[in-house]
Ligand binder design. Structure first.
Ligand code: PSU
Ligand code: MN
Length: 304
């Protein structure tokens, strides 16, 4: 028996067959500072609702796996200190020992699949870090996409990562990487990278059909939808790249490794851009929530 708690909204959605979109919580506890984290999380949930789906933010609180948080729980998590960052390796141990932890993309996918949720919106996924040939730092998110059947909507991957190595690993793992509405791979703060996306789709209906086709073929693993940040919210590469380099050099000097790397870089880039990175981050998560809700809606329609 797993101690699991569904929020009242998610219980209702499951009973009445409404589309549900999963949301991660590491972006709240380790990706953004307070109070912008809870403001953004609340806006993301609202955006999912406005686009015809029910949000299910996922986290472990005091040993209970939550599928959907009430606003009081969201508030509590956003202010909590010392929250663990949970990936595939530590989700079960956290629940088993009564701990509190926020779920990364990998752990959110596991929980979503367990709860029968097929679509998940986030900001950026983890990937192959720059210098991975030395450090072996490759996010467990990539393996998860290879084995857990959830469609993940993200804005591509940040330039704190090595984008082309990330694409190569995803190709090896057999993960479809689908750029939405364009041919180039989006690069998080910028609409375009210099890389061509392996696949392109222009409608949520096509993405839903592809998800169902993988299911019909009995293929394990999910799909990564790379949704470009809205034009008005882009940060030009030439502005952000030098700041990323600076943050990376600091992380290197501090000898950071493992789970600490990504949160440190996100926090430093926030500081170095005077908060501009956070504004863009919020805009792109909302944009992903919109698309994810449409895909979840399409999945319902096509299976009705
Ligand atoms: N990338 C972002 N924002 C984030 C993360 C990644 O742009 O908040 C978080 C996600 O939860 C992702 C995790 O799953 O970091 C990846 O961490 P790691 O690199 O340690 O696997
Ligand atoms: Mn890592």
């Amino acid at each position: 028996m797993i101690p699991i708690a569904f929020s009242p909204d998610v219980i209702d959605a499951r009973e009445t067959g409404k589309p549900i979109v999963a949301l991660e919580s590491t972006i709240i506890t380790h990706g953004m500072p307070h109070p912008q984290n809870v403001e953004t999380a609340t806006l993301v949930e609202k955006t999912v609702r406005e686009n015809g789906a029910v949000p299910a933010t996922i986290a472990v609180m005091n040993g209970t796996l939550h599928i959907g948080l009430t606003s009081a729980e969201l508030d509590q998590l956003a202010q909590a200190k010392g929250v663990a960052k949970l990936s595939r390796a530590d989700l079960a141990t956290c629940i088993a020992t009564g701990g509190t932890g926020a779920t990364t993309v990998a752990a959110t996918m596991i929980a979503a699949r367990f709860a029968g949720i097929h679509v998940f919106a986030t900001g950026g996924i983890g990937g192959v870090h720059r210098g991975a040939e030395e450090t072996f730092d490759i996010s467990a998110d990539l393996q998860e996409l290879a084995q857990t059947p959830v469609t993940v909507v993200a804005a591509g991957a940040k330039a704190i990562l090595d984008l082309s190595k990330t694409l190569e690993v995803l190709e090896t793992l057999g993960v479809p990487v689908i750029a939405f509405g364009q041919s180039k791979l989006p690069a998080f703060w910028s609409r375009n990278s210099d890389l061509k996306a392996p696949l392109r789709m222009d409608t949520s209906a096509d993405i839903a059909r592809a998800h169902l086709m993988r299911q019909a073929l009995d293929l394990p693993g999910g799909q990564l939808v790379a949704n470009p940040i809205p034009e008005a919210d882009e940060i030009p590469n030439e502005k952000i790249l030098p700041l990323i380099e600076k943050a990376l050099a600091e992380a290197h000097r501090l000898g950071l490794s493992g789970k600490a790397v990504t949160p440190f870089l996100l926090q430093r880039i926030f500081e170095l851009t005077d908060g501009a990175s956070l504004k863009a981050n919020t805009a792109l998560v909302l944009n992903n929530a919109r698309l994810a809700a449409k895909i979840a809606h399409e999945l319902m329609t096509q299976t009705a």
